[in-house]
Design a protein around this ligand. Structure first.
Ligand code: ANZ
Ligand code: ZN
Length: 728
């Protein structure tokens, strides 16, 4: 038999699978459907690094197992390609961002395809494709039509270095998430999306989905719902979650830039006392009513403020009944979503400004509003988009009155295209609709379990309050319009850990520690890379790359390869049978729980056991290949094709089932020691008693020489495993 050579077999099978359309999802089928989704990548100029494929391989294993279980599986991929890195690169090099995007996606596609992931490439999408962003613009117009997209003068987060307005979510500790520059506040008219209208449902409906608990907690905290009361102190209305403390309120504080007494007094409606009105920075302008009652006895910040400014503190006062003050209201930390960016490489917001008619939506028949091809991407100092300089594009005709009008020059944030991409995969070539309801119903509504949406969505923890919340919001809005079939977009969400560089640092181009999968595939093969990435540690945890550890998985696959050349027997002994069924059970369950690392080690144990034998049965070898197929699709396909049991691809064969009655061994091997040293072994029935073990072990021929002329002082027995004779 020839040596294992992944370079020979991997490209061959990849080509064959693609030609046969093996992973193409059918839009209707007698099989139940299953929709697996990974977060589509941003095609950066650095190319793929070894961290990218970790989630792709994880869900590839799930997808492949589902196909073998008889599901019609949709496992798609595309490119989330608008955004700053490409624009900044275009700025630096003078290259058209379209060309840059094309080059980058070509590289990413080639690299991902070399890993043998079972994506349905016929459904590939790209958010920068006008045929795609036409529908992003169309969906925006729906928000506008329903009054959920609006323009407002907002103090926005402004990054003076990137010269761009940032969403709250893009500001980390007061600094720009992209470049680390201190963020400034600027007033500007911005497009907003009214996500706060959905705050309650976004929080409540978390109870209906299968997400990791910490993801739910993070989303709930981000939404930040508090139940409290609005109470009027004369004409000043305050928000409190503790109306029962009103008798302890000795001052009012309104939001302001510095601590200062306003000179005013108001009456506390509970005590009828005159209390002073102050201003301070610790009261946020855009939370609650922007004013609070100061209760220094019960609130820490109020106490500090009172002590600093010598305001009265009433320690013992009678608590009021909650019900006495006002009706209950809910306040939220969540803010409406700043939905415009003053940059070039994004979806143009499809409206025009007309002197007579005001804001006029671009008619559907004129979509997409295409980005003009321009030479200069430089953002303007005034904070306007580079599009504002393209007078031929900006000046247009009002669709309503036919008069002169100007196009909106803001573009959408790069969260727009990813807020709905999972619908487009269901119907990627539709030129009449963003996706037909019929196809969405097929792919997104439940077949077997309750709840609907994408069956299994895996992505990074860093997207919990950004993409994951935004897309839930879009989904709820579109659900209310009857355009999508489920009230939640994703039924189940899981997360993977990052792959770090060898030293445990984050991989980054600037640190020069990025590992490119190409060189790994070249030296070890894609199957080894796949098995290694699944074996390296628990899937949800971050873990450092280790080049030297790749040989383990490679040797494991070589062993599998060599098993094909072993002598064959028709019989499986009872212990072999037990191990086989235990392996099926463990690997099946581990995949469902994303315990890919222990699934691989279970397969390794199985292989080591088979490797020890002179002969193995065809059945055991078949089962091994079937269980290994999702992890190492090429080597298993190659060996399967030479077995001659079937003409089909291994990836369309049935996933093995275990037999409950075979899980417990009816025979065991008992090791015999004399004075602590292993001297032999024998096979016995699994329920053999201690007494019988001791007796039978002494009769084993190779043991007798160790016991001749010796007195057995003591026999130590571990039932089912071992017996040790201590002699004098
Ligand atoms: C009186 C009081 C007594 C309060 C007490 C708390 C404890 P959460 O849970 O975050 O909603 N508050 C209201 N509006 C505020 C604003 N714009 N900026 C800063 N603080 C504000 O907190 C609600 C509580 O935070 C409110 O209840 C109010 O203080 C304060 F023993 O009122 B409390
Ligand atoms: Zn007009």
């Amino acid at each position: 038999m020839s040596a294992y050579d992944p370079k020979k077999i991997e490209p061959k099978w990849q080509k064959e699978w693609e030609q046969a359309g093996l992973y193409h999802a059918e839009d209707s089928s007698s099989k139940p459907k299953y929709y697996t989704l990974i977060e589509f990548p941003y095609p950066s100029g650095d190319g793929l690094h070894v961290g990218h494929p970790r989630p792709y391989i994880g869900l590839d294993i799930v997808s492949r197992k589902r196909r073998m279980e008889g599901f019609n599986v949709l496992y798609p991929i595309g490119w989330d390609a608008f955004g700053l890195p490409t624009e900044n690169y275009a700025l630096k090099t003078g290259k058209d961002p379209r060309i840059v995007t094309k080059e980058n996606t070509d590289t990413f596609r080639r690299q991902i395809q070399s890993l043998g992931i079972s994506f349905d490439w016929s459904r590939e999408i790209n958010t920068t494709d006008p045929e795609y962003y036409k529908w992003t613009q169309w969906l925006f117009l729906k928000f506008l039509e329903r009054g959920l997209a609006y323009k407002a003068k907002m103090p926005i987060n402004w990054c003076p270095k990137d010269k761009i307005g940032l969403a709250n979510e893009e500001v980390v500790d007061g600094k720009c998430e992209r470049c680390g520059t201190e963020v400034e506040k600027r007033e500007r008219k911005q497009w907003m999306l009214a996500i706060t209208k959905y705050a309650d449902r976004l929080a409540d409906d978390l109870d209906t989905v299968d997400y990791p608990e910490r993801v739910k907690i993070q989303q709930r905290n981000w939404i930040g719902r508090s139940e409290g009361a609005l109470i009027k102190f004369d004409d000043i209305e305050i928000f409190t979650t503790r109306p029962d403390t009103i008798r302890g309120a000795t001052f009012i504080v309104m939001s302001g830039k510095e601590d200062k007494f306003t000179g005013r007094y108001v009456i506390n409606p509970a005590t009828r006392e005159k209390i002073p009105v102050w201003e301070a920075e610790y009261v946020m302008a855009d939370y609650g009513t922007g004013a609070i009652m100061g209760v220094p006895a019960d609130d820490e910040r109020d106490r500090i403020f009172a002590e600093k400014h010598h305001l009265p503190i009433v320690e013992n006062y009678t608590k009021a009944e909650f019900e006495d003050y006002g009706k209950k209201v809910a306040k939220y930390k969540l803010r409406d979503w700043v939905f415009s960016r003053q940059r070039y490489w994004g979806e143009p917001i499809p409206v025009v400004h007309c002197g007579k008619c005001g804001i006029v939506p671009v008619p559907e028949s004129e979509l997409p509003v295409k980005l003009p091809e321009i030479k200069n991407y430089q953002p303007t100092e005034t904070g306007e988009s580079p599009l504002a300089n393209i007078s031929g594009w900006v000046n247009t005709i009002c669709p309503k009155c036919g008069g002169k009008a100007k196009r909106e020059t803001d573009v959408m944030p790069n969260w727009a295209g990813s807020s709905w991409y999972f619908y487009r995969y269901c119907d990627p070539h539709n030129d009449k609709q963003f996706a037909s309801l019929e196809k969405l119903k097929y792919w997104m509504t439940p077949v077997r379990q309750s709840g609907g949406g994408v069956d299994w969505y895996n992505g990074g923890m860093e997207h919990t309050v950004l993409h994951l919340l935004y897309s839930r919001f879009w989904n709820k809005f579109l659900f209310d319009l009857g355009l999508v079939p489920t009230s939640e977009p994703y039924k189940k969400r899981t997360s993977h850990g990052l792959i770090l560089a060898e030293g445990g640092e984050k991989m980054s181009k600037s640190k020069g520690n990025v590992i490119n999968p190409d060189s790994i595939v070249e030296r070890f093969g894609a199957d080894t890379l796949r098995v290694y990435e699944m074996f390296m540690g628990p899937f949800e945890q971050a873990i450092a790359w280790s080049e030297s550890s790749l040989v383990g998985p490679r040797r494991f696959l070589e062993k599998v390869w060599k098993l094909a050349g072993k002598g064959q027997t028709l019989n499986i002994d009872s212990q072999g049978l037990t191990l086989m069924h235990q392996t099926i059970k463990k690997v099946s369950e581990d995949i469902e729980a994303m315990r890919f690392n222990t699934a691989v080690s279970t397969l390794m144990i199985f292989v080591n056991e088979l490797d020890k034998r002179e002969e193995i049965s065809q059945k055991e070898f078949e089962i091994l290949l079937l269980l290994l197929a999702p992890f190492a699709p090429h080597i298993t396909e190659e060996l399967w094709s030479t077995l001659g049991v079937s003409q089909n691809s291994i990836h369309t064969e049935k996933w093995p089932k275990y037999d409950e009655s075979k899980l417990i061994a009816d025979e065991v091997t008992i090791v015999i020691q004399v004075n602590g040293k292993v001297r032999g072994k024998f096979v016995a029935s699994a329920n053999i008693t201690k007494e019988k073990i001791i007796k039978a072990a002494q009769e084993v021929p190779e043991i007798q020489k160790w016991l001749v002329d010796k007195n057995i002082k003591k026999s130590i027995c571990v039932p089912g495993k071992l017996v040790n004779f201590v002699t004098s």
